[in-house]
Design a protein around this ligand. Sequence first.
Ligand code: HEM
Length: 409
Amino acid sequence: MTAIIDTPLSELDPSVQRRFQTGEHFAVFDRLRAEAPVYLHEKTQYGPYWSITRYKDIIEAEANPKVFSSDAAYGGIWIKDQPKDTIRKSFMTADPPEHDVQRKVVNPIVSPMNLHRMEEEIRDIVNLVLDSLPLEEEFDWVSHVSVEVTGRVLCKLMDFPVEERLDLSNWSDIVNTDVDAGTEITDEYVKLEKLRPMILRFRQLFSERAAMPPQNDLISMLAHAQETLNMEPQQFVGMIVLLMVGGNDTTRNSITGGLDALNKFPEEYAKLRANPKLIETMVPEIIRWVTPVAHMRRTALEDIEFKGQQIKKGDKVVLWYCSGNRDEEVIDDPYRFRIDRPNPRQHVSFGFGIHRCLGNRMAELQLRVLWEEILNRGWVIETVGDPIRRFSNFVVGIDSLKAVIHPGR
Ligand code: HEM
């Protein structure tokens, strides 16, 4: 910690993944927000990039996609540049008008009517998963609950065979593996090779759904949409991958991070058990607290003066959501997990503007139903030890968290 406080800003690279595993990254962002909220880091593992760390500035940059582009053609949304021939483009990595046309195709999946319909299906999934858990015995909350709930919900959304649900989680993990993490996935080409079975499977599903009458699942929606008629197969796959990854790791880590937070703040857990109605405000607070996506990157398409700094055309600009969500100027006592905040949706975990997360209500729904059913059972879930966090500056991932269920306490 001392090292972070004493290091000159010009030497600090906020992207260092190891700090995201220990929580030390927060000290870096505290300094940036206080001393240099829009700052050009010259010497980093990814070359020069700007950090935007204050809540209001992140929102302002996101509201200006004409200047701050997400398009893969200019660099996309990850801090680390990807080799061009490995990028699977989707509407998340597209600017208007391409972005808007494609987003419209899948929007019905999150319509209030569809979410209402999904609620009972999600409840059945949650109960199936909870029924399978051991009581008074240690187990891994991530593999038994977080992965199972999100994987099964995704299967419903895509009408994907539920027996193959672990493939979805594994593929999503591969997509999100940091190539510098020291795993066998050492570069984007190895990653692409590992994802070949996924690409084949999605192409096959796509052709099958296109040959069938339209259904209410995501793949069928894509296969039958007017807007996608002229798309290359690679683009379809890119869209399916986006929905799979978007809906998987993020929600999974919120489910795990929420349990971790409740155990780290036992007074909040006690409040929740005394008043289950607080689930409503707890769910967005979990998502703020966890901030499952640490950053999004943009590329400046023109020179712009931003908060007194001169950002040049072509510069890489990183929006640090994990910092915006700890901005004391906007969020009262931000390091405190508090399940009854008066304005709990005031966070940037879902981004802002045209790219704001399409699945935000779907994610909240899964968390809400899960906690409703846990409280209905009168369970108290105690974590054992600390979570094992992933080496990544993009996905705030928890790979394992041991827990014990105490029934009827
Ligand atoms: C976009 C976070 C769950 C689908 C995003 C963005 C973030 C995000 C930060 C980019 C926003 C921006 O650039 O301004 C999260 C978090 C989730 C979650 C924290 C869970 C807690 C989901 C789910 C789905 C989903 C469940 C699908 C069912 C998408 C899609 C986009 C997106 C399709 C691209 C939107 C666009 O570019 O227009 N999400 N997400 N997400 N998310 Fe999520």
